[in-house]
Design a binder for this molecule. Structure first.
Ligand code: AVI
Length: 333
């Protein structure tokens, strides 16, 4: 393993990663932000998760979109042309269903995926332009969780923002409200948001979805330590941490942890060697890496209302496991 020390490679080190790690790992209880999962290896592992038999979310949402894409697009477009914006580069698979329905109505559709990852955007652009004639992809590299703005609306056009995949569930309720408010502020009357949320269900379904038999989610979780080793020169033994997923009914969320299998000390270098971190983990001590909130029926709509949207329609699957909500950013005069 190449060990990177701060002074030698400071230009390469993402200050945000360093700050997040330093803050979270010295806190008690210890934690790491879940965005750290998504380096290249983590994004690939997440793609594998979406295909696992236990991970019902992607499959269920795709079923809802497949059944109702035309209606969703028709409601969002009204009599205007639709311009589709997606937060996150998106799984082309699900987005394709909506873009296909839009192209069937209006021949050409402008699709603007917004993501921090230039690579993810490039992949989405190549795939979608190749696979759906009439889709013009205009990628935007931005961290939409910090800064979300859109160009002024064109006359005769309505924007539809897609925030699907239950990504909103990885934000704390306060952060989720703030994010939705920002999206609302960027939209004009007549524009809409399509939001995918995972719903509360039996623990016997939730637990395996976040702790699969093949161990892919465990690898995804441990990859956060592999990333910290690579990017910050830390010395985590990733296998020295077990994966744990628990359902917290009081908070209505799945919680994901890394659990130290033994007492161990881990070195994390700092820019000044005098301040290198020596993290002492007791056997059984945890690092909280993710929350995944599950909503009760009606809760997502209430959150959308609180952010200024007018919920228009919600679609669910037969089992009531997942919901896709369409909400308007006000009515056009
Ligand atoms: C990306 N996000 C919606 C996933 C979820 O279900 O919360 C991330 C994930 N974590 C573990 N498995 C999947």
């Amino acid at each position: 393993m190449t060990t990177i020390s701060f002074p030698l490679s400071s230009t390469k080190i993402d200050a945000q990663v360093a700050a997040a790690v330093m803050e979270g790992l010295v806190s008690r209880p210890r934690w790491l932000p879940s965005w750290l999962f998504y380096d290249e290896a983590g994004s690939r592992l997440f793609d594998r998760i979406t295909e696992l038999p236990e991970y019902y979310l992607t499959r269920t949402e795709r079923g809802i979109l497949a059944a109702h894409a035309e209606e969703m697009i028709a409601l969002a477009a009204g009599d205007d042309a639709l311009h589709v914006v997606e937060l996150g580069a998106g799984s082309c698979d699900k987005t394709r269903l909506l873009l296909k329905a839009a192209v069937d109505r209006q021949d050409t559709v402008l699709y603007e995926p917004v993501d921090v990852s230039h690579t993810a955007l490039q992949v989405a652009q190549e795939r979608l332009e190749r696979e759906i004639a009439g889709v013009v992809v205009s990628p935007r590299v931005t961290d939409y969780t910090r800064d979300f703005k859109l160009d002024a609306a064109v006359c005769g056009e309505r924007r539809l923002v897609l925030y699907i995949g239950s990504s909103i569930g990885n934000f704390e309720p306060r952060e989720a409200r703030a994010l939705l408010k920002n999206v609302h502020a960027a939209l004009a009357p007549g524009d809409s948001l399509l939001l995918g949320v995972d719903l509360v269900k039996e623990e016997s379904v939730l637990l395996p979805a976040y702790d699969d038999a093949a161990g892919v989610t465990a690898e995804f979780n441990r990859n956060i330590l592999v990333r910290i080793n690579r990017e910050l020169g830390a010395r985590f033994d990733a296998e020295g941490f077990a994966h744990r997923a628990t359902w917290n009914p009081a908070e209505s969320r799945m919680e994901i942890y890394l659990v130290s299998r033994r007492a161990q000390t881990v070195m994390v270098p700092s820019p000044d060697p005098d301040f290198d971190l020596r993290l002492r983990f007791a056997a059984g001590e945890t690092i909280h890496t993710e929350n995944s909130y599950k909503y009760r029926p009606g809760q997502a709509e209430a959150m959308l209302k609180a952010a200024g949207f007018e919920p228009a329609r919600t679609w669910t699957d037969e089992r009531g496991w997942f919901a896709v909500c369409l909400a308007r950013a006000g009515t056009r005069e």
